[in-house]
Design a binder for this molecule. Structure first.
Ligand SMILES: Cc1ncc(COP(=O)(O)O)c(C=O)c1O
Length: 375
């Protein structure tokens, strides 16, 4: 991606949240008290919060007004039908099961799809996704390209799947032991790295031969679409919304953590084209989340999400969203700070093992200082 001096935000700020101003000494004290664990910090002690993109979005005025249009009926909320239609129109999936977060959808989907002794190949993994696969009796197998594990490789699509690794697994265990391929856009644990459309098309063709479905972790699909547009020549003039639709339509099922791409603070869903999976998920969601027309969400939150999905696939929005990450990452590189390259879409990941030891503070409660993010 070309060096970027700044990025223009396609919005005006009309509300502010007051922050407590802290001194350096207060911050050092707070960090010590938290045992050098950022997840144990109190938010009142944090001035610039770069912990995660999860649920930290500022919603738009349209989304806030959507909250006032919540239909909190126990059954058949109109916000559910609006959200369902939005998911069909923008993401191509036929059926929707709302959940409280992405992991709620992962739980239901894994329990339906996986049986003891199955294998689930994926382009690396996300913590909760993999755990739900394992709790359902499956074994995760990493089939991402080798470059994804090399923090210094500049490969433009480090989220790509290595089809040779997939073929090897099929040869070893048989296609009937593989209930689906777990494919994420973008790959969080690799540092927010995208999969290319070319690779996804190849994967689709390959899996069709064996009749293996593709389950899409679509948490950051619009960001992935933006990077496809930057890096894949034939997509340079295609709208983000059309790239997003094409990615989704190459897959069969999806789980979404709506706290990222679609700009809400809580929520998620399971989406599928498979009627049978949908019926089973409708039965399960009632037990673990709530009735099938609200699952884990309030009516107002489903409305804000429906509006957020439309806003999230705007080209101007995505230019600014990924632009700020690229800007920060480039500044750090200019200062010689070791980070994972290429700079990802949703965050800048320090390459902690390469940080000079003089700058490292050893955490007393954890021995592994490698780069990782768990939310
Ligand atoms: C790629 C990915 N998948 C799934 C999840 C889980 O979603 P949630 O935190 O909404 O449960 C996350 C959360 O960060 C994620 O980044």
């Amino acid at each position: 991606m070309p060096k970027q001096k700044s990025w223009a935000e396609p919005w005006k700020i009309k509300m502010v949240e007051h922050l407590r101003m802290t001194t350096k000494e207060e911050r050092i004290e707070a960090i010590k008290e938290a045992g050098y664990n950022t997840f144990l910090l109190k938010s009142r002690d944090v001035y610039i919060d770069l912990l995660t993109d999860s649920g930290t979005n500022a919603m738009s005025d349209r989304q806030w007004s959507g909250l006032m249009m919540g239909d909190e009926a126990y059954a058949g909320s109109r916000n559910f039908y609006h959200l369902e239609k939005t998911i069909q129109d923008y993401y191509s999936y036929k059926h929707l099961i709302p959940t409280h977060q992405g992991r709620g959808a992962e739980h239901i989907f894994s329990q339906i799809m996986i049986k003891e002794g199955d294998y689930i190949p994926g382009n690396m993994y996300f913590t909760t996704t993999r755990l739900h696969q394992e709790l359902a009796g499956g074994t995760f197998v990493d089939i991402i390209i080798d470059e994804a594990h090399d923090t210094e490789s500049h490969h433009p699509f480090k989220g790509n799947i290595d089809l040779k690794k997939l073929q090897k697994l099929i040869d070893e265990v048989g296609a009937d032991k593989i209930p689906y391929i777990s494919m994420a856009t973008t790959v969080n644990m690799a540092g927010g790295q995208p999969i290319s459309m070319a690779n996804l098309k190849e994967l689709r063709e390959f899996t069709n031969k064996y009749n293996i479905p593709i389950a899409h972790d679509m948490t950051r699909v619009a960001e992935n679409a933006w990077l496809i547009r930057q890096r894949e020549k034939e997509y340079e003039n295609i709208l983000i919304k059309d790239i997003v639709y094409e990615i989704c339509s190459l897959t069969d099922h999806a789980t979404m953590s709506a706290k990222k791409d679609p700009i809400v603070n809580i929520g998620g869903f399971l989406a599928t084209n498979d009627e049978d999976v949908y019926r089973q998920a409708q039965n399960m969601v009632v037990v673990y989340e709530g009735l099938h027309t609200y699952g884990g969400m309030a009516g107002r939150d489903m409305e804000a999400l429906a509006i957020g999905i439309v806003e999230s696939v705007s080209d101007d929005h995505m230019r600014a969203r990924v632009g700020q990450t690229q800007y920060l990452g480039q500044k750090l590189l200019d200062y010689g700070v070791p980070i994972i390259v290429p700079i990802g879409s949703h965050g800048v990941f320090l390459d902690a093992k390469k940080v000079p030891s003089t700058l490292r503070t050893r955490c007393t409660s954890c021995s592994d200082l490698s780069s990782r993010n768990i939310y």
